[in-house]
Design a protein around this ligand. Structure first.
Ligand SMILES: C[S@@+](CC[C@H](N)C(=O)[O-])C[C@H]1O[C@@H](n2cnc3c(N)ncnc32)[C@H](O)[C@@H]1O
Length: 215
C-alpha cells in the first residue's frame, strides 16, 4: 500500500493534515534534540522527510523503511542519505547501534507494537533516546467528535481528490480510530522496558509525542 502512495505521499500529507504535519515534524525534531555527530535511526522514514533536516544539521541519520517504493522516492530526492530497507520487527542493525531512534507515523502500522518497541530498544545504546510521533486522541471531548467526523466523512473525499489510492486514506482513518490513546501508548512503551517515559500532545491531541530512554 505504501509503495502505491509513495509518489504523492508528501503532498497528500500536507493537504489532509491541513498543513499541520510541518509543525508536528518540527516538534519531533526538537524533542529528539539530536546533536551533530550522533547516529540516529529514523525508522519508518517513508520518503525521508523527517530524516532530511537531521542530515542537514550534521547528524548521522539512517533512514529505514519497509516500503521500497517510499525509499525509492526518498533516494531520488536525497541520494546523499543512506536509505536502508528494513522491518521494525527485525531491524538489520547490530545491538546498541544508535544514540537515538525516532519514528513518525509508523508505529501504528506495525502488526506487533510491543515487539517493535523491544526491537528498537535492542538497536539503541544504553542511555539512548526514543521519540515517537504518532496520531492520538484529541483530549477535549467536543473537539474529539468534530475530529472523528473529519476522519470518517471529510477525509475520504479529500483523499479521492488528491490521491490515486483513496483506500489508503480510509485505512489511515481506521488505524487512527483503533490506535491506543496517549496514556495507553505510554504504558506500552514502559512495559517494553523503556524508562523516563513521558508524552506531550500536539494540536490538542490529534498527535502525541512520546519519549523514552533505554536503561
Ligand atoms: C505514514 S508513513 C510515515 C512516513 C514518515 N515517517 C513520515 O513521517 O512521513 C508510515 C511508514 O511506515 C512504514 N512501515 C510500515 N510498517 C513498517 C515496518 N514493519 N517496518 C518499517 N517500516 C514500516 C511504511 O512503509 C510507511 O513508509
Amino acid at each position: 500500500m505504501f509503495d502505491a502512495v509513495a509518489h504523492r505521499y508528501d503532498v497528500t500529507n500536507d493537504v489532509i493534515s491541513l498543513g499541520q504535519d510541518r509543525q508536528w515534524r518540527k516538534a519531533t525534531l526538537a524533542a529528539l534534540d539530536a546533536q551533530p555527530g550522533e547516529t540516529v535511526l529514523d525508522l519508518a522514514t517513508g520518503t525521508g522527510t523527517s530524516a532530511e533536516p537531521l542530515a542537514d544539521a550534521g547528524v548521522r541519520v539512517v533512514p529505514c523503511d519497509l516500503s521500497e517504493g517510499m525509499l525509492a522516492v526518498g533516494y531520488k530526492r536525497r541520494p546523499d542519505l543512506p536509505f536502508v530497507a528494513g522491518d521494525a520487527l527485525h531491524l538489520p542493525f547490530a545491538d546498541a547501534s544508535f544514540d537515538a531512534v525516532t519514528m513518525s507515523f509508523g508505529l501504528r502500522n506495525v502488526p506487533d507494537v510491543p515487539a517493535a518497541l523491544a526491537e528498537i530498544q535492542r538497536v539503541t545504546k544504553p542511555g539512548g533516546r526514543l521519540v515517537i510521533c504518532e496520531f492520538s486522541q484529541p483530549t477535549w471531548k467536543p473537539f474529539r467528535s468534530v475530529y472523528m467526523n473529519y476522519l470518517t466523512r471529510a477525509l475520504p473525499p479529500l483523499a479521492r481528490a488528491v490521491s490515486k489510492e483513496p483506500d489508503a486514506y480510509v485505512y489511515l482513518a481506521e488505524t487512527i480510530r483503533e490506535w491506543p490513546d496517549q496514556h495507553a501508548l505510554g504504558i506500552m512503551i514502559k512495559r517494553a522496558g523503556w524508562t523516563q517515559v513521558a508524552y506531550r500532545n500536539l494540536s490538542g491531541g490529534i498527535v502525541a509525542l512520546h519519549r523514552g530512554t533505554r536503561p
